[in-house]
Design a protein around this ligand. Structure first.
Ligand code: PAF
Length: 294
């Protein structure tokens, strides 16, 4: 469709959406907070393949950040983002001001349920309510047929799938694989915070997650009773020894229900396993995960 158009208001965005709906076009939405990397571009490419019109929302959503988190320093660069998004031939970037999304006296929120209680939800109070609220607003503004989310934020993805089901949004959620650097580090806008030393230590996170998943698969195959707590602790030590400062969490769960698996008998009842972690390296909190069948 040519050059990307940047839309700043809900009104003009709705008008465009309405026009395409009347023409029977399939609309795709890629919700983002910007500062694009190849991970974002892969979501956009997937949307481009499946949809007639591709909207990307670019909004650093203040209500999903805690008071001590990095809202003010979150990287922002619209020019860079427009250039990157044009690689995926995106049609529109919805780029609202905070006051457009949350005008004075805004007061209604969507509350995430049980799925939000553990993992990142446990260390980031209110985060997933903020995510569900903004994503609901984006869904209502752009009424997409398909919406694209990366598996790096796997808990977010599962929560949004449940919200779409529970609140009857009638939108198909597309899961997209994690995009990684060549050394395995999951791509993230927050990787720009890393110093050179932190950046070279960071890939150990994914290596340890992968090694833990292999250990589990091997133990299941051999019928060996692996002590999951000990296995997790060994991997945490390994990650800390590589230069990480602090473990926020490293947990094993059922990939569908996100129920924590704490022993091998529980593990054998799950078809698909989710291992997720959040780790501090210097001041930066990185998350990563692995989902695998057993
Ligand atoms: O994953 C993100 O970038 C954000 O949480 C999202 C889904 C765009 C909501 O602000």
């Amino acid at each position: 469709m040519g050059e990307i158009r940047v839309l700043k208001t809900i009104g003009e965005t709705r008008a465009q959406v309405l026009k395409y709906k009347k023409e029977g076009k399939i609309i795709g939405l890629v919700p983002t907070m910007g500062y694009f990397h190849e991970g974002h571009i892969n979501l956009m490419r997937k949307a481009r393949k499946e949809c007639d019109v591709v909207f990307v929302s670019l909004f650093v959503n203040p209500i999903q950040f805690g008071p001590k988190e990095d809202l003010a320093s979150y990287p922002r660069d619209l020019e860079h983002d427009i250039k990157m998004a044009s690689k995926a031939d995106v049609d529109y970037i919805f780029f609202p001001e905070v006051s457009e999304m949350y005008p004075e006296r805004f007061q209604t929120k969507v509350t995430a349920g049980e799925l939000s209680k553990d993992f990142c939800g446990a260390s980031r109070a209110g985060h997933f309510d903020g995510v569900c609220t903004v994503v609901s607003k984006l869904f209502n503004i752009m009424t997409p047929d398909f919406a694209y989310f990366g598996m790096k934020d796997y808990q977010q993805l599962v929560i949004i799938e449940k919200m779409v089901e529970d609140l009857n949004f009638g939108i198909k959620i597309r899961r997209c694989e994690i995009t990684r650097e060549s050394d395995g580090l999951a791509m993230s806008s927050r990787n720009t915070y890393l110093t050179p030393d932190e950046r070279s230590a960071a890939p150990q996170f994914q290596k340890s997650l992968k090694a833990l998943s292999c250990e589990i698969i091997e133990a299941v195959k051999c019928g060996k009773n692996l002590n999951l707590n000990e296995a997790v602790n060994r991997r945490c030590d390994e990650i800390l020894a590589a230069g990480f400062k602090k473990v926020d969490y490293l947990k094993i769960a059922d990939a569908q229900t996100l129920n924590i698996i704490s022993n091998f008998d529980q593990l054998k009842k799950s078809r698909e396993i989710f291992i997720a972690g959040a780790m501090f390296i210097g001041k930066t909190r990185l998350i990563d995960n692995i989902v695998f069948e057993i």
